[in-house]
Write a protein that binds this ligand. Structure first.
Ligand code: GLN
Length: 195
């Protein structure tokens, strides 16, 4: 299995490290060519508006095509903003693929960044999570399953082949969230959960 990590900006190295630790080959994705023959794609945190500008053109078109044609994708923080169908205050999605609305920098209203533990459906009841000027999900489409909440607000969700999280699992030593994404890819390929 080979999983790409979109490398326009942001926590690329940390995601690759986590994927490597769960036994999956990863590839840095900077061009349309790098997207060939991937089994999944991680879209890391960073600054979604910068990433949208850097990807503008053929790369963004290819990402949109892959999202709608069903490549499994996992967006963390800014990556979640890229995959949301609606971003508050913006006309149209950036990539889109999951039927949610997100508000950027939602946690910034209270504190800029914080660390907590979350209970994540199918992952664990004590998963460490780092929030950095995190987006929150403010609307959930009917087909979207919430996997975790923080203070009652949805912070992790899945719809079909798209997984999103408001937080940064790659900035902790805990590998369960990356393992869950790899498990999701295997499940979608009909290989079942890893043993
Ligand atoms: N606030 C950033 C944005 O709007 C996301 C922050 C992050 O990825 N850590 O894109």
């Amino acid at each position: 299995m080979r999983v790409g990590v979109l490398a326009l900006q942001g926590a690329v190295r940390e995601h690759r490290r986590a994927l490597e630790k769960v036994g999956v080959e990863s590839r840095v994705v900077k061009t349309v060519d790098d997207l060939k023959s991937l089994d999944g794609l991680v879209l890391p945190g960073g600054e979604s508006s910068t990433m949208a500008l850097l990807a503008e053109g053929p790369l963004l078109d290819a990402l949109r095509r892959l999202s709608s044609s069903g490549l499994p994708m996992f967006g963390t923080c800014a990556g979640m903003i890229l995959l949301a169908d609606v971003v508050e205050g913006r006309l149209g999605s950036i990539i889109g693929g999951i039927d949610i609305t997100v508000a950027r920098n939602a946690s910034g209203r209270q504190v800029d960044s914080f660390e907590t533990t979350l209970s994540i459906d199918g992952v664990g009841s004590d998963v460490p999570a780092v929030f950095i000027r995190a987006p929150y999900i403010t609307r959930l489409g009917l087909g979207v399953r919430v996997l975790a909440r923080h203070d009652g607000v949805a912070v992790m969700a899945r719809q079909g082949r798209i997984l999103v999280a408001s937080f940064h699992p790659e900035l902790t030593e805990d590998l369960r969230v990356h393992r869950a994404f790899v498990g999701m890819i295997r499940e979608l390929r009909g290989e079942g959960e890893p043993g």
